[in-house]
Write a protein that binds this ligand. Structure first.
Ligand code: UD1
Length: 387
């Protein structure tokens, strides 16, 4: 059997890693295509190395551009590869432009499409990711759901239940795999924040960083927060560009520290030990929920509502005083009991491989009959410097 995975942007790589391992273990001819949507070494190659993903078989070198340019270029460059390889299945991941482009090409070539992380919805059509998610799911033969709420979203769009497989969250597979290594790299020690609770920040959504007034407001909030606790902010290239355009003179060290994008292990090491995470990333909402670290998501909505209902996530407006008040509450909130979310158990990729290779089904109500590979227990750290 030949399966072709298409990935392009940073959050795709964490999802690909465990799926690749499981498919290869079962003897699948797994071809990896990197579209090149993300191309900086720190946004791409570093993740392949740290997550033990083999070098891509194809690199389409698409790079940055408008949405139409990026999507169209992926389509143009991917089509010949799919025609040449004739895979039995094309696997797509997440919700980036590379995801929808791959689904469109494969579906039009009559190749079966699968979507890892299907069914998530924010209901917010101003987000490009929402359009990518809806179109990709509509075109997919196999839908791999990370959480139960995804099934309701898909059913509401008229998608038949027999295409859905409730496999769980592949991001958590990668987290479980990497956590022992991440704790060993001791990023808090290297960044000299071991002594007391600290805050980790990521912001890159166009709604937060492309409007200068909003970005100023957010940076003002972070600067104020950094008067009280160390704030570590690995800055996405999009955000760095916007900060540069603002010509802001940020009073940074020692409080607010703007860093280059971090690799997966350093980031996980920092997040696992943080007192609070402030973000607009989807993946971090999930990772903090699994780890039991309080998270503030600077967005009016989320496509991962389960992280608010069952996890540690809270939504907050992009407004200085709202963020400062929520941060104060969040910093005092970390509890030793960490949330348990159904099928966020390190076995999602194994379930995906069993569907792909053995034609198994993972129904929404079928948890009991599962026979899963044993996994090491994951030890979650207690917050550093907490009383
Ligand atoms: C993309 C995804 C978003 C995801 C995010 C994770 C879409 C529509 N958006 O957003 O869902 O959360 O990735 O990071 O697919 N740049 C570099 N080097 C790189 C990549 C980007 O400098 O390696 C800069 C370029 O100036 C580029 C800008 O970042 O124009 C934005 O990159 P792009 O891939 O268009 O979108 P992201 O904001 O990264």
């Amino acid at each position: 059997m030949r399966v072709l995975s298409v990935v392009g942007a940073r959050p795709n790589f964490m999802k690909l890693a465990p799926v690749d391992r499981e498919l290869v273990r079962r003897g699948v001819d797994h071809v990896i295509v990197h579209t090149g949507q993300h191309y900086d070494p720190g946004m791409s190659a570093a993740f392949f190395e740290e997550l033990w993903i083999p070098a891509p078989d194809y690199d389409l070198g698409v790079g940055s551009g408008s949405h139409a340019q990026q999507t169209a270029t992926v389509m143009q460059r991917l089509e010949p590869a799919i025609v040449e390889l004739r895979p039995d299945l094309v696997l797509t991941y997440g919700d980036v432009n590379s995801t929808v482009a791959a689904a469109l090409v494969a579906a039009k070539l009559q190749v079966r499409v699968a979507h890892v992380e299907a069914g998530l919805r924010s209901g917010d059509w101003t987000m490009p990711e929402e359009i990518n998610r809806v179109v990709t799911d509509r075109l997919s033969d196999l839908l791999f759901l990370p959480s139960r709420d995804a099934a309701e979203n898909l059913a509401a769009e008229g998608i038949a239940a027999d295409r859905m497989h409730f496999v769980g969250n592949v991001m958590i597979d990668t987290l479980c795999w990497a956590l022992p290594q991440a704790l060993a790299v001791d990023a808090p020690g290297r960044f000299d924040v071991r002594a007391r609770p600290y805050v980790v920040v990521t912001l890159h959504r166009p709604t937060n960083v492309d409007d200068p007034a909003v970005l100023r407001e957010l940076l003002e909030a972070l600067t104020r927060l950094a008067d009280h606790v160390p704030v570590l902010f690995p800055v996405h290239p999009r955000t760095r560009g916007r900060i540069r355009e603002l010509r802001l003179r940020l009073t940074t060290e020692p409080g607010l520290r703007l860093l280059e994008p971090l690799g997966y292990l350093d980031m996980l090491s920092l997040v696992a030990n943080a007192g609070l995470v402030v973000t607009d990333s989807g993946g971090l909402q999930e990772e903090t929920s699994f780890l039991g670290v309080p998270c503030l998501t600077v967005r009016p909505n989320t496509d991962r509502p389960i992280t608010c209902t069952h996890g540690t996530n809270r939504l907050v407006q992009a407004q200085r005083d709202a963020i400062l008040a929520a941060a104060e509450r969040g910093l005092s909130r970390r509890s030793p009991a960490r949330p348990v979310i159904e099928r966020w158990d390190g076995h999602a990729a194994e379930r995906i491989a069993r569907v792909v290779c053995d034609g198994e089904r993972f129904e929404l109500d079928g948890a009991s009959a599962e026979r899963l590979m044993p996994r090491r227990a994951v030890a979650i750290p207690q917050p550093l410097g907490a009383a």
